[in-house]
Design a protein around this ligand. Structure first.
Ligand code: HEM
Length: 161
């Protein structure tokens, strides 16, 4: 797919995510809402398109370097760390993947043959598995540290300075 089409895709993907988060100015029927994802998305970057663009461009970069993944190792590591800082979990990859794949289908139109969509699905799932695996390592290291934790444990404010 040409890069310009991929940029168009990020716009569609952004719309899809905005609908997903129920932030679209109009309500669109037939769109599932996933309020459990709302707290992880920074609304400024959502409206500017930065996050969906970063995500879609990373998937494109993965597809372009599918035979030489070490080229992407630094970027993957950085992204895994960012995701861990936001407590992104494996099941969220499926939701995002569903919307990304739907956007690829919309942008490609008739060119989106079942074989092509399947190939993108496999590439996305591979990347999601690599990233979830890297995140699982980071979560385990974080738990193993002295006083470490994972997720959102209840904290008690003992003193205000
Ligand atoms: C294979 C799937 C994914 C890829 C390739 C991907 C890629 C990226 C990239 C490249 C960034 C920017 C990292 C940086 O700042 O250095 C990013 C940030 C982010 N990603 Fe992902 N991502 C994926 C899945 C997800 C999922 C499943 C979620 C949550 C539902 C998510 C939520 C976020 C958020 C909230 C940010 C930070 C945006 C901000 O700075 O406001 N991503 N992702």
């Amino acid at each position: 797919m040409h890069k310009w089409r991929w940029y168009v895709l990020t716009t569609g993907f952004l719309c899809s995510l905005l609908r997903l988060h129920n932030w679209a100015p109009i309500s669109i029927t037939g769109c599932s809402k996933n309020p459990e994802l709302r707290n992880v998305f920074n609304s400024v970057n959502q409206h500017s398109g930065a996050q969906p663009t970063a995500l879609a461009m990373a998937v494109l970069a993965y597809a372009e370097h599918i035979d030489s993944r070490q080229v992407l190792s630094h970027a993957l590591n950085r992204t895994a760390n960012k995701h861990v800082s936001l407590d992104i979990r494996p099941e969220q990859y499926d939701i995002v993947g569903k919307h990304l794949l739907a956007s690829i289908g919309e942008v490609l139109g008739e060119a989106a043959t079942p074989g092509l969509i399947d190939a993108w699905l496999v590439a996305y799932q591979q990347l999601a598995a690599i990233m979830s695996g890297a995140q699982a390592d980071l979560y385990s290291k974080s738990v193993a540290k002295k006083g470490g934790w994972s997720g959102w444990p209840p904290f008690v404010v003992k003193q205000k300075m």
